[in-house]
Design a binder for this molecule. Structure first.
Ligand code: SF4
Length: 398
C-alpha cells in the first residue's frame, strides 16, 4: 500500500488562517508529528505533503498548507502556493480558530472551494478554549461543522469517521478496463521493449491496466509488438488489444479489424480526464494553420530523449502533417500556465503521475479560456489514422 502512487490517492488539503491549528489537527489525525506546530503565527511556510495509509479508508495524500491570511510579500507568495494546492485537492478541511472566528475568510474560501469543485468540511478548532456563547454563535453556521479540540482524542476519532464517510463518497475513480468487458474476457497488452523502455520494469499505466484486469477477472496477456502476431494466432479468442500509443500504426496493421483495439493512453484519457472534451480538442488540432500556437504540457518532469513523445514526436507530427511554422511551447510539472489565451490548442500528456482532480482542473481551465485541449494518446491515434477505431470500444461511455 505504501507503494501506491500519489496519482492514485485521494488528496486531502487542510486550509485556514495562520494559527488556526491546522498543523496540530494534521498531526493529531495522522498520529505523528510531521508538521511543525507552534504558537507563532505562520509556522507552516510551504505546504507539507505526506502520503499515508488512512485506516480503514486506504492510501491518501495529506496537504498541510500555510495560513490564508499571511501578509507581506513573502506572505502573499505563501498564500499563492497554498492556493495552488487547490488544483490537486480532492477534499478540503477548513480549520477555523473557534476563539477568533474569521467568518468572512471562511465565506471567501467556500467560494473558492466551490469554484474548484472541492467538497469540504468546516472544523471549528480550539473547542476547549471556547465559551458556551461563542460555541452557540458558531453553531448558527448552516454548513456541516465539527467542533474539536486537538487534545481530545475522542474528537479526533469522530472527525476521522466523518472524514472516511466523505472520502468514500467521492472515491469514484472510473475503472480502466473492467467496465468495458465482461468477466472472463481476454485482453492482449502490447508493450514495445525498445530503447525508450525503462530498464527492468514496465511503466505505471501498464501496471495499472494489468491490475484493473486482475481486479475484474479479465485474463491478460502481455507481449511485445514483435510477438503480437504469434500471440493472436495462439489464443482462441481475444476480446481487446491494448497497445502503447507510440506503436498504434504498426499494431493496427497486425490486429484484424474484427478485434477491438485501443491504447493505454486512451483508456487513461477517460479515467484521468474528460474524454469527450479531450476528443473535441482533436477537431481543433485538425484546423491548426500557419502561425497557430500550441502548448504541450506534461505533469511530471523526466529526462528528454531523442524520441521523446512530447518534445520530439508530437511536434514533428504537427510540423510534418499540418504546418512547419506552428509555434510550440512546453510546460512541465505543476507549472501549467494561468494565461492560456495565446494558445489555439493544449496537448496534454496522459497524466498518469497526477490525480484525476489535477487533470480535470486543467481541462476546466482550458475551457474557461476557450482553448481546446486534447492529449498525447488521442493525438497519436489521430495522426496514425486510427482514432475512430481506438475509441470504438468506449463509444457508449463517452
Ligand atoms: S509526462 Fe505525463 S504521461 Fe508521461 S509519465 Fe509524466 S505524468 Fe505520465
Amino acid at each position: 500500500m505504501n507503494k501506491t502512487p500519489h496519482a492514485n490517492r485521494l488528496h486531502i488539503g487542510i486550509f485556514g488562517n495562520r494559527n488556526a491549528g491546522k498543523s496540530s489537527l494534521f498531526n493529531a489525525i495522522i498520529g505523528q508529528d510531521i508538521a511543525v506546530v507552534s504558537e507563532v503565527e505562520g509556522t507552516t511556510t510551504d505546504p507539507v505533503i505526506k502520503a499515508m495509509e488512512l485506516i480503514p479508508f486506504g492510501p491518501v495524500v495529506w496537504i498541510d498548507t500555510a495560513g490564508l491570511d499571511d501578509v507581506g510579500i513573502l506572505g502573499s507568495l505563501r498564500v499563492e502556493k497554498t492556493k495552488k494546492m487547490l488544483e490537486r485537492t480532492d477534499f478540503a478541511l477548513y480549520v477555523m480558530d473557534g476563539t477568533q472566528p474569521d467568518l468572512k475568510g471562511y465565506e471567501q474560501m467556500k467560494g473558492i472551494f466551490k469554484r474548484f469543485n472541492i467538497p469540504y468540511m468546516l472544523i471549528v478548532n480550539k473547542k476547549d478554549a471556547m465559551s458556551e456563547d461563542s460555541i452557540k454563535k458558531l453553531e448558527c453556521i448552516e454548513d456541516e461543522k465539527h467542533f474539536v479540540s486537538t487534545m481530545e482524542m475522542r474528537d479526533i476519532h469522530t472527525l476521522n469517521s466523518k472524514l472516511m464517510e466523505k472520502l468514500r463518497a467521492i472515491e469514484d475513480e472510473e475503472v480502466l478496463v473492467g467496465d468495458l468487458l465482461p468477466y472472463g474476457s481476454t485482453v492482449v497488452l502490447v508493450v514495445p521493449i525498445d530503447s525508450e523502455a525503462p530498464k527492468g520494469r514496465i511503466i505505471l499505466p501498464q501496471v495499472q491496466i494489468i491490475r484493473d484486469c486482475l481486479d475484474h477477472g479479465i485474463k491478460c496477456h502481455v507481449v511485445r509488438d514483435t510477438e503480437l502476431t504469434d500471440a493472436l494466432s495462439e489464443l482462441s479468442r481475444v476480446d481487446l488489444v491494448i497497445t502503447d500509443s507510440q506503436a498504434f500504426k504498426e499494431v493496427s496493421k497486425l490486429v484484424p479489424e474484427s478485434i477491438p483495439l485501443t491504447g493505454f493512453s486512451i483508456l487513461f484519457s477517460r479515467q484521468k480526464g474528460d474524454l469527450k472534451k479531450l476528443l473535441s480538442g482533436i477537431e481543433a488540432l485538425k484546423s491548426l494553420k500557419s502561425g497557430s500556437r500550441v502548448l504541450i504540457s506534461e505533469t511530471c518532469t523526466h529526462n528528454h530523449s531523442h524520441e521523446d513523445i512530447g518534445r520530439v514526436k508530437i511536434p514533428r507530427l504537427i510540423h510534418n502533417h499540418l504546418h512547419s511554422d506552428i509555434q510550440i511551447d512546453f510546460s512541465m510539472g505543476h507549472d501549467f500556465p494561468h494565461d492560456l489565451s495565446k494558445y489555439d490548442l493544449v496537448i496534454h500528456c496522459g497524466a498518469c503521475m497526477v490525480n484525476r482532480k489535477t487533470m480535470l482542473y486543467r481541462i476546466d481551465q482550458s475551457h474557461e479560456a476557450e482553448v481546446p485541449i486534447t492529449n498525447y494518446g488521442l493525438t497519436l491515434a489521430h495522426f496514425s489514422g486510427i482514432l475512430d477505431r481506438s475509441i470504438e470500444i468506449l463509444k457508449d461511455r463517452i
